[in-house]
Write a new protein. Sequence first.
Length: 313
Amino acid sequence: MHILVTGGAGFIGSHTCEALIKRGDKVTVIDNFDPFYDRAIKENNIFKLKESNAFTLIEGNVEFADTLNKIRGQKIDAILHLAAKAGVRPSIQDPLGYEINNVQATIKLLEFAVDQKINQFVFASSSSVYGENPNYPWKEAEPELKPISPYAATKLAGEGMGHVFSHLYGIHFVALRFFTVYGPRQRPDLAINKFVRLISKGEEIPFYGDGSTSRDYTYIDDIVSGILKAISYDKKKFNVFNLGNDATISLKQMVEIISETLGIPAKINYLPLQPGDVPITSACIKHSKKSLGFSPETKFSEGIRKYINWLNV
Ligand SMILES: NC(=O)c1ccc[n+]([C@@H]2O[C@H](COP(=O)([O-])OP(=O)(O)OC[C@H]3O[C@@H](n4cnc5c(N)ncnc54)[C@H](O)[C@@H]3O)[C@@H](O)[C@H]2O)c1
């Protein structure tokens, strides 16, 4: 298959491209090396991929016509749309920038899919679309989706646009709601990456709230395996799947596990809760297990051990 992967130089994208090439696919990546974090990290993510004949990189913005024109006319079997401005907190300062990168870009890519007769479209959504919903664990069929950050609202809008295009043009649209993904190459703004680096250097970690906020952390290999299944999923024209780990870990437990694995006590700087952050994320994965065959295998302590080994700190 030839897969168009947007955001392929990022954390989740670079791992997925490696898995696609390993199974024999051809991959074209579009990435604009968004300055949200250091370009050098992204260059490093795709350093090995660039050696493969099956890998092509187009540097540019998904929402710009001249970027998409570079692949117009090529046979593409599926689009994996991961490109986005990620991150909840920065989206509060730049809602319009998030709307352009996340919503307008998704619409442009959906129009491209229709024009190029590309029938399979996998979209990176997020657990944040559930907002502060108290009906744990969260199910895909939950009708009350009330995002509490601009980032989350753009992800819900992307799902909505996917539904429109699948209804109007028959595109197979699969939205994957990722629950906090971690592992090698994790984005530098995410807590696990920050905490491991700071604790290993004996520095203070910023600790928001009383430690009871909880996340359903999902290891990168499990996410990649879910994405590969979604690329071949064709049972329904539109579907939404939670990709989570079915186990919620509190901030306090997360710090304890990192600290135990490193063998270094954590120095904690207690700070107030951040606006836009939800108190708990918790995935029900019955639907993704049954209909997608998703089956996360990595326990949190095991994933942290692998991550710390990779970081070599
Ligand atoms: N990492 C997580 O825990 C998590 C959780 C929920 C959802 N997601 C979603 O998964 C996707 C991948 O996340 P990630 O953690 O790998 O983030 P990332 O920032 O590492 O990767 C995103 C990539 O998209 C590129 N990009 C951004 N805007 C672009 C544009 N307009 N045109 C072209 N390229 C653009 C960036 O340069 C970056 O390389 C994102 O859509 C994110 O919102 C991630």
